[in-house]
Structure formats: structure tokens, C-alpha cells
Design a protein around this ligand. Structure first.
Ligand code: PLP
Length: 372
């Protein structure tokens, strides 16, 4: 050491009082609750892509692995899988995205990540990689049934399955599809499943068949097959499950201002009465969308206070409903305080989006603090 102070030596990792708290015991409880809704023998792939929807993939996957509450993990890329492997995650990991360039198959094999094959071309390239490595590698085949993203069409699947059956260097260990309307249309979902089942009839015995995300696994039992792939419900962003993330900060500035005072860029907000304005050190660079100006809320003193302006690093709220509030008091952007609660789903509704977008938008500069 050269005697320079380090953050850990100063006894803390962050100074700006803004952080996301993730409750790993609630995560484990959600996993158990989800598993309890499944018939025995159905495996659970916990989807931790997008840094576990912003909750922190390493901590979430490690907690699930330690509790033996998941059988697989799902990530979107080799990079996301490598991060988990380097952190000591040993369970099987499926890369849900299509791999390109095909050299990434080498990296996947190196880290024992199971790649998705989504075309005949990629099946052939994976076979080449296996031959180069001189060992068998396993993959899952993705069937396109209505999502319109990646995958082999049911018609083309015949040729790909034929290719797999003619060689021994790539093991087809799973076949899957993704349901695009699991929560919105039973008819569309049923038609997707019909297309998927047509392909399954041609698949070798013993492959793991999977299709269901949270909504499908909970609402459409026939979509469960051998494994389900929940994300949303495990993070508590689905009815019946407890949200595991809270986004917190503290008041850093408070002022009483007269009627007509302008607040924020463009002077878009002007107080309509003498007001008490609190400034919170969290902004759009942390994942608080500007669209929440004039529409969203922060909890302060156990009350819901309107957000009046959002800037890159700070937001201003009307703290009139929390007259006792002082600099240093806790404020909550997602989570509960007293009897009030703001969920990621509430924020998503205000912004006409989905809760996935709200939690994945919480940026890397917001420290994640884990509680168990
Ligand atoms: C292929 C795939 N499977 C499963 C999931 C998990 O879905 P959910 O979070 O709705 O449970 C996702 C998420 O988008 C996905 O892309």
C-alpha cells in the first residue's frame, strides 16, 4: 500500500446517499413460491439476463444457487455468462441470445455455457467449433413460433434436427421457444404451443423442452414442459410475488420558496403556492426517467410527494406533504415507507412501459446493497 486512503479503508463504499437495496431472502422466497406452483420434476431456469433485470446477476444467481432454488440460469450473451462463471456459478447456464459472430461459440465452450442454436448455419458452425476443440458441446435449439425475434421456423427445424441426428459432435440437449403473448392472449399462446409441439414430435427423447416465462408458467400449465424460465416473478414484479428491490436516497437540500418559483430546466415547473422543495441526489443518469416530472412520486416522511423536476443527477420533489422532513431524511423512489409503497410496476404504468424497463434502467452508478 502507498498510504493513499482507499474507499474500503474509509469504512464505506459510497458517499452519495443513493442506493438500491436488494433483499435476497425475498428472492429465495419468490423462487420457492414459484417452484411450489409447478408440478414435481419441472425444472426452473432463473432468468438473470440484463444483470438480473438490474438487481445484480452475480448476487442473485449466487443466492439462488446456494439455496438450491434454481436448476439453470438464463443469460443473454457470452459476456453475461462469463461474469457468472468467474463469480463461481456452477449450475448450467443457457445463453438465450443467438450467438454471432460464430467465434463466440468458442468462448461459450471455454466457460461451459450452453449456446442457443437458432439457424442451420449456426448449427454447422457449432459443429466446426466442437471438432476444433476435439470434444462434444451441448446446445439448445430455438424454435420461432410467433415472437419474431430469433429461431428456426417449424418448417426449417426438420432440416436442423436432421443435421443434429447425423453427427455426434454437438449434443442437442434442449429445444425451446419463447411465448410473446403469455399475459395478453391465450389464443395466440395456444397457437404458438401447437407450432412448438409439432417440432417436439421430431425431437430426440431426453431433450429438455421449455417455453414458459413467468406469465405462461403461472397461467398456462400446458406450457411448462420439462422446464420453465421465469424472471419477472422471481424479482417480485408479478402479482402474488414480493418485489425484492427498493431504490433509496436521502434529502440533500431543502428550501421554502414563494408562489411562482421556477424549478428545473426550462422553468417548466412553477410553484402554485408557497412550497417546500426537497432535492434528492438521484437523476436520469441513475434511471429516474424524465417523464416522471410532474407525474411520478417519491416517498418522504411516509407520504407520497410529487416529483416536480428530473435532472441528470438530482430530482426536486414537492415536500409540502412531509412538513417535518429534514436534510438527511430517507426518501424512497421504489419500495415502501410507512404505509405507502411505489412499485416498479406503478412507475411503468405512469410511463406507459413495462416494469422490466424500470429496473434495468437503474444504472451501474447506483450501488446495489444486498440484504439476506
Ligand atoms: C427467452 C426468454 N425466456 C424467459 C424470459 C423471462 O421472462 P419473464 O421475465 O417474463 O418471466 C425472457 C425475458 O424476457 C426471455 O427473453
Amino acid at each position: 500500500m502507498n498510504g493513499k486512503p482507499t474507499l474500503p479503508a474509509l469504512g464505506r463504499r459510497f458517499f452519495r446517499p443513493t442506493w438500491a437495496e436488494v433483499d435476497l431472502s425475498l428472492l429465495r422466497a419468490n423462487l420457492r413460491r414459484f417452484k411450489a406452483r409447478l408440478p414435481a420434476g419441472v425444472r426452473l431456469m432463473f432468468v438473470v439476463k440484463g444483470d438480473a433485470y438490474g438487481h445484480g446477476a452475480v448476487a442473485c444467481a449466487a443466492a439462488a444457487q446456494r439455496a438450491r432454488a434454481a436448476d439453470w440460469f438464463g443469460v443473454s450473451s457470452v459476456e453475461e455468462g462469463v461474469v457468472l462463471r468467474e463469480a463461481g456459478v456452477r449450475l448450467p447456464i443457457l445463453i438465450l441470445g443467438s450467438l454471432y459472430p460464430f467465434e463466440s461459440f468458442l468462448a461459450a465452450a471455454e466457460y461451459k455455457l450452453t449456446p442457443t442454436v437458432a439457424s442451420l448455419e449456426s448449427a454447422k458452425r457449432l459443429a466446426e467449433v466442437s471438432r476444433r476443440l476435439g470434444r462434444e458441446v451441448a446446445c439448445h435449439l430455438k424454435i420461432e413460433t410467433g415472437m419474431g425475434r430469433i429461431g428456426v421456423s417449424p418448417a426449417a427445424a426438420v432440416e436442423v434436427l436432421d443435421f443434429f441426428s447425423r453427427q455426434r459432435i454437438v449434443e442437442l440437449s434442449g429445444v425451446y421457444t419463447h411465448l410473446s403473448c403469455a399475459e395478453t392472449s391465450r389464443v395466440f399462446t395456444r397457437n404458438q404451443l401447437i407450432r412448438f409441439k409439432r417440432v417436439l414430435r421430431r425431437c430426440p427423447r431426453g431433450v429438455i423442452r421449455h417455453a414458459a416465462n413467468s406469465g405462461a408458467a403461472l397461467r398456462t400449465p400446458v406450457s411448462r414442459f420439462d422446464m420453465v424460465r421465469p424472471g419477472l416473478a422471481i424479482y417480485g414484479l408479478y402479482p402474488g410475488f414480493d418485489p425484492i428491490l427498493s431504490l433509496k436516497t436521502k434529502v440533500i437540500f431543502l428550501k421554502n420558496v414563494p408562489l411562482g418559483t421556477s424549478i428545473g430546466y426550462g422553468a417548466r415547473y412553477r410553484t402554485r403556492r408557497p412550497s417546500r422543495i426537497a432535492t434528492l441526489p438521484i437523476g436520469y443518469a441513475d434511471g429516474i426517467f424524465r417523464g416522471l416530472s410532474g407525474k411520478g412520486w417519491a416517498l418522504l416522511g411516509g407520504r407520497k410527494c410529487p416529483i416536480v423536476a428530473v435532472t441528470m443527477d438530482m430530482i426536486m420533489i414537492d415536500a409540502g406533504c412531509a412538513p417535518e422532513a429534514r436534510v438527511g431524511d430517507h426518501a424512497v423512489l421504489i419500495g415502501s415507507q410507512g404505509k405507502e409503497r411505489i412499485s416498479a410496476s406503478d412507475i411503468a404504468k405512469i410511463l406507459h412501459t413495462i416494469p422490466y424497463e424500470i429496473t434495468t434502467a437503474i444504472s451501474s452508478r447506483v450501488p446495489r446493497v444486498y440484504r439476506s
